[in-house]
Design a protein around this ligand. Structure first.
Ligand SMILES: [Fe+2]
Length: 304
């Protein structure tokens, strides 16, 4: 079914549904723990390679900061800054995707209207499942499209977004860890992530057996809460994956981890967030202020 057919079908609640989520699982697990879901995007014209080459070329020309791609061998725990660069421009990299060992990210795809419609349709379903009040709590909705060469790894990391990852083409294994497991994801890594280093989460091979390994196939997706550690291994085919994601307006997680980052800098071993409401009450403004001062003194826009 084409994207337009998918998005413009007659208004029957069932026919319009893109995400297929168990309501009870959603209520129990949304933004707490990962869970799988079905979706109707496999086969959509929006995610055929010629269409994606067009989108990638347009992104490169008009919004180059929304395009990332690299190509080459990479380790699970490798930092993004040391990723191998592609020797070809983006459209050529996509054409050579079978052999390029590439990882391509098209951010803010919703700036193109067809993907914008898709985002709004998915968000409406997420709002309906989450119940009243959720819409006011979120910001920065986004569609990200990942195009990945056969066997390519996506390195271990955590995200600041709440994610619905939808597999559209090819099979891919996602390894997801519990964000509350402090052996896997220590407080210090969270403090550094929210304050100074997007790559702060460090892969620990000795804890690999704690991962839930899910094979994503076209039509299957997974919800990842904010900060759930994960890495991916693509199968033998090209993979096309769509992420419907958003950030929460309330910055509590960021504020508390930033406060603890600066307290630790002062030689204090801080109490983790959400253990002491009284401490959290003063840490929120303290974390925000200290972070803002750090950004300003380093010549960055506060909140960036
Ligand atoms: Fe991610």
């Amino acid at each position: 079914m084409s994207d337009l057919q998918l998005l413009d079908r007659e208004p029957s609640a069932e026919a319009k549904s893109i995400l297929d989520m168990d309501r009870a699982v959603f209520r129990d697990s949304f933004e707490r723990r990962h869970f799988t879901l079905g979706h109707a995007l496999a086969g959509s014209e929006l995610f055929q390679l010629p269409r994606l080459i067009e989108l990638a070329r347009d992104t490169a020309e008009t919004r180059p900061t929304d395009l990332y791609f690299d190509a080459g061998d990479i380790e699970i725990g490798q930092r993004w800054a040391s990723s191998p660069k592609s020797s070809f421009p983006i459209d050529e990299t996509i054409r050579r995707i079978e052999t390029a060992r590439a990882w391509i990210i098209l951010r803010q795809a919703e700036r193109a209207s067809a993907y914008g419609k898709l985002l709004e349709a998915c968000m409406a379903e997420i709002f309906a499942a989450a119940g009243p009040g959720i819409e006011k709590r979120i910001s920065k909705r986004e569609v990200i499209i990942f195009i990945t060469s056969p066997r390519r790894i996506t390195t271990y990391h955590i995200d600041r977004q709440c994610n619905f990852i939808l597999q559209v083409h090819g099979d891919k294994q996602i390894n997801v860890f519990d964000r509350n497991d402090r052996d896997v994801l220590p407080e210090r890594e969270l403090e550094q992530f929210w304050t100074v280093d997007n790559n702060a989460a460090i892969y620990k091979p000795q804890l690999q057996d704690r991962a839930d390994v899910i094979t994503l196939r076209p039509g299957l997706g997974v919800h990842l809460p904010v900060n759930a550690p994960h890495w991916l291994q693509n199968g033998d085919d090209i993979s096309i994956t769509v992420s419907i994601n958003f950030q929460f307006l309330d910055q509590e997680r960021a504020s508390l981890y930033r406060a603890n980052f600066f307290l630790r800098k002062l030689g204090i071993d801080p109490v983790p967030p959400w253990v002491s409401p009284a401490r959290d009450a003063w840490k929120r403004p303290f974390g925000d202020l200290a972070y803002r001062i750090r950004q300003v003194t380093r010549g960055r826009t506060p909140g960036a």
